[in-house]
Design a protein around this ligand. Sequence first.
Ligand code: ADP
Ligand code: MG
Length: 570
Amino acid sequence: MPSPAARHRDNAPDALSVLNAVFGLPAFRGAQEEIVRHVSGGGNCLVLMPTGGGKSLCYQLPSLLRDGCGIVVSPLIALMRDQVAGLLEAGVKAAVLNSTLTFEEANDVERRLLAGDLDLLYVAPERLLTPRCLNLLGRAKIALFAIDEAHCVSQWGHDFRPEYIGLSVLAERFPDVPRIALTATADDLTRKEIADRLGLADAPRFVASFDRPNIRYEIVEKQNAPTQLKAFIDERHAGDAGIVYCLSRAKVEDTAAALTKAGIPALPYHAGLDASVRARNQDRFINEDGVVMVATIAFGMGIDKPDVRFVAHLDLPKSIEAYYQETGRAGRDGKPSSAWMAYGLSDIVQQRRMIDESTGSDAFKRVSVGKLDALVGLAETAGCRRSRLLGYFGEAVSAGNCGNCDNCLSPPQLRDGKVAAQKLLSCAYRTGQRFGAMHLIDVLVGRLTERVTQFGHDKLSVFGIGSELNEKQWRSVVRQLVAMGHLQADSEAFGALKLTETARAVLKGETDVMLREAPAGARVRASRSKSRRGDLAPRATDEGRHNDAGLQTDLRAWRSEIARKRGVPA
Ligand code: ADP
Ligand code: MG
């Protein structure tokens, strides 16, 4: 008996009736119909649609409508397996060709492909690129090539797979077979890279809205991350399934253990675990209720669990793309969900170090730093997070106020931060741009630590000029100035804060600096500093005028320094 798919093909079906009969779905969603029509008609294209948007149909349906077999390139074996299982259930003749097959099984798949007995074939990229497979495809009738998770082709993306690079051969070897590349995340640069590598420069791009209105974005200052995470889960997601992302394997283990100890069922997942442990943990996460998966980014792609209620980041991802992709695993069922992240200055330093220490080219490092900066900008924005996020992907949010992110729900107070910025920049400058945030804040608030005395920084005019803000507020100022690009945390020098080109204008008072108010806390008092590191009491500072005068001296020094560098008299 012919499969439902084949029956429809015989009756020259239209796309909608195949959608109804084969996939059991009543209607197309968003741009699906247009894409299906375009690809069925033999067109190439690039599809950008968020996770859960329904990308699979965009190539599955045209594969059924066109003659021959649709070849789907997919990076993950689990992803292929799940999709094929679903298709078989719907009566579609689907198969996989990857390293999990025995020689006989692979032979059988090849035979069926040549006999025209397959509607869809999922192939791992490294398999597809073997001479044997390319030769096989040359002899078969191919309906189309679908390149799923196409961002994997981007060297500068967050999920680069070297095997994907070789896929450029498809355009050369099979110029008459339509190619459809699909991804849930690609900023401008990545889109261009996909298009270049897959020969889609002239192909239309279908860009669906990337908005995930049911996800609430929230980014908090990292203080004690494990405690903050536990409070977040207890208060907002008790008993819910969630994913917690950490950068390192050790942190994954520690966090999972801490959550379990606190009565929250949590499992670790990272590449260092035995494959069987990983598989078991993944199964439990998917099949049991309310399991929290603590994982490195090795976990997630292709995990289709609709009721993940939260995604938490304990470390900063690499880019907005990565953040979007990872947070996008929450709430695929459309129900209210959270994307929560705790981050601090040390995260920026850490990511910078990873970029600097990577073996990439200078261009790679430049691009990576740019992507990191954009993410830091998102983390530090006082405006709507969703607008910022979608804006990065070229999409506008109406009125720039989503009503479902922390900043929209409780807008941060903005204040004129010019003087605070000048004090901080000045302090960094006066101490030789060799110190990290901690030390600079000690100097600003007038705390006589061992280091402060050791370097004689208590003798500087900037000592104690910043006691109007507390430590937490200063940290927030530091991060915001880094996000604004006036300060740079030097990863090679353990996070030493250095002034950038634009800092000059701030110091000269030519640039306005609006800062978001850090959550209020007690002002720094002299007694506090005494207890913290057993330092001596700080020298009594006569706040206000005296220190502003000190700052003026500083600014003068800065100006003459600039003048000297430029070779003009101050
Ligand atoms: P993506 O690959 O974009 O993440 P999928 O193709 O896996 O998304 O689809 C996500 C879910 O949406 C699947 O459960 C799929 O059945 C469903 N879906 C796709 N298109 C439609 C549609 N037109 N109507 C209803 N459900 C759909
Ligand atoms: Mg998909």
